[in-house]
Structure formats: structure tokens, C-alpha cells
Design a protein around this ligand. Sequence first.
Ligand SMILES: [Zn+2]
Length: 113
Amino acid sequence: MPKSMSKDAGGPDKPLQRLLGGFIRLHVLHHAAEKEGVVGNWMIEELRRHGYRLSPGTLYPILHAMEEDGWLKSRKAPGGGRRRVYRITQAGRRAFSVAQERLGELLQEVAEP
Ligand SMILES: [Zn+2]
């Protein structure tokens, strides 16, 4: 079995992470649209629950890049410390709704028997 077939979607398994990277970003956007937003550690746990194993060293650069791309906006988490809360932006909402539409279409196609 090639290394890229292992179950681990993050960490050292770069090919699989590249393949599933859009799913990870959409999952982040989905939760960043919730009222309380997301913090990195919570998102790592949430992704783990769905079978993705990302280290902080993998997730944080993704969050930073998504902020740079304008999909997320972060601010310091209440209670101090270095934690940041990420929330979706208006541009992020528009992009997410495009992705939702495409995802629905793709799902229909790939789910066909
Ligand atoms: Zn989730």
C-alpha cells in the first residue's frame, strides 16, 4: 500500500493532505461561520473527530493563509494569552456558498452507483 493511502490525512502524509486540503478548508469555514468562531486547538480536535489528523504546525499555516486570502479574520481570544479566534468574513461567506453549490453537485456525481 502506498504511503499516501494511509489513514492519516495530515502530518507527514502530504499527498493525501493535498488531496483533502479543500475539505479541511471548507470545514474550517463552516465552523468559522458559527457565532463563536473557532480557535486552532478546537479545530484540530474537531478535524480529528472527522478522521483528519493535523498538527498545530500544519493547521496554523492553513488558518494564516486563509486569513491572508481574506476568508477569515482573527482577533485575540478573550482571556488573554496568544490564542486567536477566527471568524468568517463576508468574502468568506460568498466563497463558502460557491463551494457549497459545487460540493453538492460533486457529491451527486460521485455518490451515483
Ligand atoms: Zn465539524
